[in-house]
Design a protein around this ligand. Sequence first.
Ligand code: DOR
Ligand code: ZN
Length: 345
Amino acid sequence: MTDSITLTRPDDWHLHLRDGALMQQVTPASARRFGRAIVMPNLTPPVTTTAEALAYRERILGACPPESAFTPLMTLYLTDNTTPEMIREAAAQGIIACKLYPAGATTNSDSGVMDIRKLQATLETMAEEGILLLVHGEVTQAEIDIFDREKAFIDNVLEPLLSRLPELRVVMEHITTADAAAFVRSRERNLGATITPQHLLFNRNHLLVGGIRPHFYCLPILKRRDHQEALREVAISGDSRFFLGTDSAPHDRYRKESACGCAGCYSAFAAIELYAQFFEEAGALERLEDFASHFGPDFYGLPRNNDRITLRRAPWTIPEVLHEDAEPIVPLNAGATLNWQLADG
Ligand code: DOR
Ligand code: ZN
C-alpha cells in the first residue's frame, strides 16, 4: 500500500474565494495546496471590468500567507453589456477567462447573461484574444426540472454556441451528468470540463436520504448515482479534457442551515486530499497527477507547475465546523475520515 504520494503542484481551475473577512479565512487553504486558481467573479457586485479584477487580485494576494507563491488567475463576469473593447483590455492586462452565468442560475448570478446570442461579437473577440469561456452549464427556465437543466443547457445553448464559435476555447465547469461527460468526449477540440470533489464522491442520496443535508447542496445539484459513475469513469480515464476544479464555495454555516439555504460546498480546506481519497477508492491513484496537475494547464495553454507537493497517509477526521471564532463554515463531508494529509514543505 502506498503511504506517500508526490505530485507536481496541482492547480484549481474553478474556485470561489469571496471577499473581505471570508476571503481572509479561506484563501490560505487554497494557497497552501495549489499553484494557481481560476478565481470566480461572482462577488456582490460581480467583477465585470478589468480594473475590478485587478483590484480583486491584489486583495487576494493580500490574503495569502507571506511565503506563498499562489497565483490567482482572474476572470470577468460576462453580462449583456460586456463589449469587445472590454475583452481586448482584459486580454492586455492578463485576464485569461470570462465566466458565463446564465441569469439567475446560481449564487449572485442576477446580472448574468439573458441571451448569449446577443454577445456574438464579444465572444468572437474572446476567441481572437485567446480568452477562454467558462460556462455554468444550466438553463434557468422555471419549467425545466432542476435535474434536467445541465442536459438542456448542452442541447439548447452550448452545442449551438460551439457551432457558431468553433475557435473559442470553452470549459464546461463542474459537470454533473453522464450527458455532459459524453458531450465533452464527443468534441474534437476546444472543449474541456472541470469536475468537483463532491460530484465524484457523492450523489443525490447523500443530499436527500435520511434527512435533508444542506452542506451537500450545490449547483449544479448532485445527480443520481449513474451520473456520478459516469463522472468517476472520465475522471480516472486519462482523458485530458477532464481536470480538477473544486468549485469550493464557502458560505457561513447559518446561511446554509436555513429554510432557504445557499448553494455551495466548501472543499478548499482539504481539496487535493478529497480528490486523492476518490482516486484511491477508484483504484486509480496513479492517474491523480494528470487530472490534478497536468491536464488543466495543458488545456489552458499554460506551463505546468515546476514544484511538487507530498501527501502522506495519515487518517484524520474532518472537523464538524471550521473557523468557529469567525464566520463558521461547515466543511464538505464534516465528521468523515480522510486518509491523506498534506505534508508541509
Ligand atoms: O453551488 C454553487 N455555489 N454553485 C455555483 O455555481 C456558485 C457557488 C457560489 O458562489 O456559492
Ligand atoms: Zn462555482
